[in-house]
Design a protein around this ligand. Structure first.
Ligand SMILES: [Zn+2]
Length: 136
């Protein structure tokens, strides 16, 4: 599958996996294909829309730009939905990336939520982003 910006979903999954593999659950750590499968199932479940703002992952569509330029003349962020931990840290420290703790979010939402807002707080913020950007 290739999206509007020509970046294949498999290539994107691989790049996301590289970012999270150091802190993901044993299942995903032992077999990256289980992560790719989860990502694609989740994408279908969310109807290819961000969990928070309900916009598509390609930020060019709503923000007219992408983020984090790379040395190859492209961009590293804003191409597809990213993996966000609903709860990013607890009393024991950072939480793991695992199916029950993860949703897909666009780069602006993922970046803004950070570990500053809770899942429920950012759902409310996402509704406002949706109204501003899409008028829904
Ligand atoms: Zn979003």
């Amino acid at each position: 599958m290739v999206n509007e910006n020509g970046v294949s979903l498999d290539k994107h999954c691989k790049s996301v996996y590289q970012r999270i593999k150091g802190n993901c659950c044993d299942e995903w750590k032992s077999n990256r294909l289980t992560f790719y499968g989860w990502y694609k199932d989740r994408l279908a479940k969310q109807e290819v829309l961000c969990e928070y703002c309900h916009l598509r992952g390609d930020t060019m569509l709503h923000y007219k730009r992408r983020f984090r330029p790379n040395r190859k003349g492209g961009f590293n962020r804003g191409l597809h939905l990213e993996v966000d931990r609903r709860i990013s840290k607890d009393k024991d420290g950072p939480t793991k990336y695992e199916p029950t703790n993860c949703v897909l979010a666009c780069y602006p939402c993922n970046n803004a939520k950070s570990d500053v807002f809770t899942y429920d707080e950012f759902r409310q913020i996402g509704e406002m982003i949706c109204k501003v950007k899409k008028g829904c």
